[in-house]
Design a protein around this ligand. Structure first.
Ligand SMILES: Nc1nc2c(ncn2[C@@H]2O[C@H](COP(=O)(O)OP(=O)(O)OP(=O)(O)O)[C@@H](O)[C@H]2O)c(=O)[nH]1
Length: 195
């Protein structure tokens, strides 16, 4: 399955392009990609970028799709599904657990549902760590026509398989860690930059 890494955000909370921020000498997005591509079920990783970020991201040697919609993750997922079924993540997830990715993809194939997404017992879902089929494109198109851009709403309309997060190994939760603010770098053991 394709692994699609979303990279069309504005990093407002972080300030500056967080995906290019170097951690141990390597841009954050490459940490994410390397984790994702070490999952056995991932055949190829593609980056779904904003037109603004595309040129720089192409230098990393991965296929880059340009998201022309820029309406949030739903537009990135839409662009990725143009290539085929995809496991979609955010670009700011340097702690992805490959075994968890494989588990979700296998569950997705078995279930034959349009989307397979992890869900907490409290109902909160993790749509940027989920498997999507091309069959989901129709629902996204409907939502785009309605100017409803919340991915959560689109998923609610689909035939979905939910994976209860509390039922999988506790350590896998680390997979959802993402960098939003400079302060989050501390959780990676990196001192927050002074500027
Ligand atoms: N392709 C694409 N990716 C997006 C879009 N919006 C957000 N993303 C990506 O989705 C992931 C999660 O985004 P957020 O961290 O919630 O948003 P952000 O814009 O990057 O950051 P903030 O401005 O601080 O909210 C990141 O990897 C973003 O690059 C979009 O419109 N298109």
């Amino acid at each position: 399955m394709i692994g699609a890494v979303l990279a069309g955000g504005r990093s407002k909370r972080f300030g500056g392009n967080k995906l290019l921020y170097r951690i141990d000498g390597k841009p954050l997005i490459l940490h994410t990609i390397e984790r994702l591509e070490s999952a056995n079920e991932i055949e190829e990783v593609v980056i779904v970028a904003s037109p603004e970020n595309a040129e720089k991201l192409k230098t990393f040697g991965y296929q880059v799709l340009v998201d022309e919609l820029l309406v949030g993750p739903i537009g990135g997922i839409y662009t990725a599904l143009g290539l085929g079924d995809a496991f979609v993540t955010a670009g700011d997830m340097p702690r992805i657990v490959p075994e968890f990715v494989d588990y979700i993809i296998k569950y997705f194939h078995k279930s034959r549902k349009a989307v397979c997404v992890p869900r907490w017992i409290n109902g909160h879902i993790e749509p940027l760590h989920a498997a999507y089929s091309m069959g989901f494109l129709d629902i996204i198109e409907e939502q785009l026509a309605l100017e409803e851009y919340m991915i959560k709403r689109a998923i609610e309309k689909a035939n979905v398989c939910y994976l209860t997060i509390e039922k999988v190994p506790f350590e896998w939760r680390e997979s959802f860690f993402n960098v939003n603010r400079k302060d989050d770098l501390r959780k990676l053991g990196i001192p927050e930059p002074l500027v």
